[in-house]
Design a protein around this ligand. Structure first.
Ligand SMILES: [Zn+2]
Length: 339
């Protein structure tokens, strides 16, 4: 099969890789219908994350089941499935509490490489959710979004306690930030402040429910959010970036007693003093996308949401190198790859 491999920073190639096969009785093999490049794939691409090269790439995927191991009970060949970027058993105590991203048996799908024609999915019964039927082609991008960016944005909004009567500030206008806006809107949030400087992204944010746009960053951005909220700060803020600046902006924009949801990726250093005086709730981490998948698939299936719009560049798999370049240079919000 063909699959993407990263040979080092800035060097992505699509090459012949060995076909995956059932290794454990709980595995499934799927034929990938669509995959994509994640913002977190850009960390190794930019040399910000050490790796053993060459590394298979990609952890977002939808596809059709080809084969299942002998212990798989709920997933069958021929089904169209959506999975999360963590394989999880969905039965351990942590999973049952809704934190499948920290499942005691979790496996990082990125290590298996979803930017490929075929993919092995461990713990298939726990990881995969089947759609009611094979979806129409135009629905595939939205189902793919559920695999990571939508689920992550949704978790960020839930972690930030977004909802009726609340004002939420969203730091970050990448795919996750924009979908956190969509999620906050669906959760009934009264006012959604999108912090963005790029016009095309502001437009999508508004379409998905943003009521206000703040272009300022840092202390000025915090001051602007306070100005919009009677001097108090937002009830909720979302850090959908994961840099020091973004995290401090989210905490600074939140009123005492409020909630910050953080789903960015880079290590951030927080001082005890900042935390003490901010008096906010902090919750985030690796998104338990699996918790939300049944609900998100239903919203997409009934065409109530259209998160697939974040894929503003769609390329065949063999052009994966260009997919990475376009996202690295911020020419694309998110690139979809079709094997
Ligand atoms: Zn588990």
């Amino acid at each position: 099969m063909r699959g993407a491999l990263m040979y080092g920073p800035g060097d992505v190639r699509v090459e012949e890789r060995e076909d995956p096969r059932i290794e454990a009785s709980t595995d499934a093999i799927i034929r990938v219908s669509a995959a994509c490049v994640c913002g977190s794939d850009l960390w190794p691409y930019r040399g910000l994350e050490p790796h053993d090269w060459p590394a298979p790439m990609g952890h977002e995927y939808v596809g059709v089941v080809e084969e299942v191991g002998g212990a798989v009970r709920t997933i069958r060949p021929g089904q169209f499935v959506v999975g999360s970027f963590w394989a999880s058993d969905n039965t351990c105590e942590i999973c049952r509490a809704g934190y499948q991203g920290s499942c005691v048996n979790r496996i990082n799908m990125g290590s298996l490489g979803a930017q490929a024609e075929l993919l092995r999915v461990p713990l298939a019964d726990g990881t995969l959710v089947a759609t009611p039927e094979i979806p129409p082609d135009d629905m595939i991008p939205s189902l793919l979004a559920a695999s990571d960016v939508l689920g992550t944005g949704w978790y960020a909004a839930v972690a930030a306690a977004a909802g009726p009567g609340k004002t939420v500030a969203v730091v970050g206008d990448g795919a996750v930030g924009l979908l956190a806006v969509l999620a906050a809107g669906r959760l009934g949030t009264e006012r959604i402040i999108s912090m963005s400087r790029i016009e095309s992204r502001q437009r999508l944010a508004r379409e998905w429910g943003a009521t206000d746009i703040v272009e300022e960053r840092g202390a000025e951005g915090i001051a602007r959010v306070k100005e919009l909220t009677g001097g108090l700060g937002a009830h909720s803020a979302i850090d959908a970036v994961g840099t020091q600046e973004a995290m401090m902006q989210a905490i600074g924009a939140t009123r005492p007693g409020g909630h910050v949801g953080f789903v960015g990726y880079q290590p951030v250093a927080l001082s005890g003093g900042d935390l003490f005086w901010s008096q906010v709730h902090l919750h985030g981490g690796p998104a338990p996308v699996r918790r939300f998948l049944p609900e998100l698939i239903d919203l997409i299936w009934t065409r109530q949401i259209d998160p697939g719009k974040v894929y503003d560049l769609r390329l065949p798999l063999h052009e994966a190198a260009e997919a990475y370049r376009a996202m690295d240079e911020r020419r694309a919000i998110k690139t979809l790859l079709r094997p």
